[in-house]
Design a protein around this ligand. Structure first.
Ligand SMILES: Nc1ncnc2c1ncn2[C@@H]1O[C@H](COP(=O)(O)OP(=O)(O)OP(=O)(O)O)[C@@H](O)[C@H]1O
Ligand SMILES: [Mg+2]
Length: 394
């Protein structure tokens, strides 16, 4: 499908370097950046599509509210050809971060470099060119109700003054790419949410961007439609070599589609790394809280209700044991019983996968005193497993 698009005349663009497919090199570099000390990067890595360099954004106080520090000293590289996820709670600064990339906002300090160009330093003309090389997909689709699917997709090209025949040659394969050839002449009111988002994605691709920004693109969709839209974004990433920067508050989105992830909390990046590493061994409390929403890690309601923070006479400790990679397939519990003599009950658990690698967790209860629990935790840590005491049940 990429050949269909590649056959069309290129959009005016200041972006010149070739996108490469996401690979191990990108992932390793991202992980290394996360592992190194903060704020120690001196120059933009050659393969970064977007680099945030000590970026802060403050919104000034007004009569009714104090100054807001929406972003604080953000250092982040989005590797070329990657799908990079930024996850955080409401108000964490995600949309502000993404608006800096296409120049809708300017940083209060620091620089946002997009394909080697400092976006905030550009005049209106060059900024327009950069925007044309960046596609954007929104939560509420932002389609024009008076235009058909075809006309919505064609809009950015019409605005750019592209010839009608060139528009036709560009939009028709895009309708095919997003699976809407038969909906070409339908209006938004005649389309489902998922179909509207497909129009939104095709419109974002119309100017043949190098970078696709997605701001909660699936938040208004049901889980099945979400999966199909995420699969489409991944397909676009691999087939067209497009770099995708997506922001979300849902760990499921990150898990499904992102190669790497940065966790943002109150305007600061608190954790980052490959998706597998972050999900299988979260370190920051915010990451853990966001992970708790994953269907495969969610505690059953009956158990959540019974959990108490402190032990009581005869209560059992509830422990989450996280599995990743090879450990997911090993007989961990029987070995725990044998080695420590600890009695273990399974309460809940699921094994999931990220990029074909198993990961998941088991929630178990352990009888006995704190000494028994400590023994079990020590044994599991010795096996390289992460454990977390969730509480106690009577
Ligand atoms: N134009 C503005 N003026 C003043 N404050 C703003 C402005 N835009 C955003 N903020 C504030 O900056 C902070 C970050 O907002 P932002 O929209 O980036 O959050 P978000 O992570 O996208 O949240 P959500 O998940 O709810 O969309 C919030 O406290 C918000 O109120
Ligand atoms: Mg937002």
């Amino acid at each position: 499908m990429n050949t269909v698009l590649a056959g069309n005349p290129p959009a005016p663009s200041i972006l010149s370097r070739t996108a490469i497919a996401a690979g191990g090199e990108n992932r390793a570099e991202f992980a290394a950046a996360g592992a190194s000390a903060k704020n120690d990067r001196m120059s933009v890595p050659a393969n970064a599509m977007v680099s945030f360099e000590a970026v802060s954004k403050r919104f000034p106080a007004n009569r009714s509210s104090a100054e807001v520090v929406a972003l604080d000293a953000i250092e982040l590289d989005v590797p070329r050809g990657s799908v990079t996820g930024i996850i955080g709670r409401s108000g964490a600064g995600k949309s502000t971060l993404i608006r800096l990339v296409n120049g809708l906002e300017k940083p209060s300090s620091g620089r946002v470099i997009v394909d080697g160009v400092d976006v905030a330093a550009l005049g209106e003309d060059r900024l327009r060119d950069v925007r044309r090389s960046i596609g954007m997909v929104f939560q509420h689709f932002n389609l024009l109700s008076s235009r058909t699917a075809y006309q919505n997709i064609a809009l950015p090209l019409e605005i750019a003054g592209v010839d009608r025949r060139v528009i036709e040659a560009r939009v028709t394969p895009l309708l095919g790419l997003v699976g809407l050839t038969d909906k070409r002449d339908r209006y938004p009111s005649e389309l489902s949410g998922g179909q509207k988002q497909r129009v939104g994605i095709a419109r974002a691709l119309a100017t043949q961007p190098k970078l696709l920004l997605s701001d909660e693109a699936t938040s208004a969709l049901d889980p099945e439609t979400t999966r199909s839209i995420l699969a489409l974004l991944k397909q676009i990433n691999t087939e067209l070599g497009l770099t995708v920067l997506l922001i979300t508050h849902e760990m499921e989105v990150v898990k499904t589609v992102a190669d790497q992830v940065a966790v943002i909390d109150r305007g600061a990046i608190v954790e980052r790394g490959t998706t597998f590493d972050i999900l299988s061994a979260p370190k920051h409390e915010t990451t853990r809280a966001l992970l708790a929403g994953l269907p495969s890690l969610r505690l059953p309601a009956f158990l959540a209700e019974q959990l108490r923070p402190e032990p009581s006479a005869g209560s059992r400790a509830v422990l989450r044991i996280s599995f990743a990679g090879d450990s997911a397939t090993q007989p961990i519990l029987s070995r725990l019983g044998q080695v420590t003599g600890v009695e273990v009950n399974i309460l809940a658990g699921a094994i999931d996968e990220i990029g074909g690698r198993p990961f998941g967790s088991l929630v178990v209860s352990i009888a006995g005193e704190s000494k028994t629990l400590a023994k079990a935790e020590k044994h599991l840590a010795g096996q390289g497993l992460q454990t977390e005491v969730l509480g106690h049940v009577a």
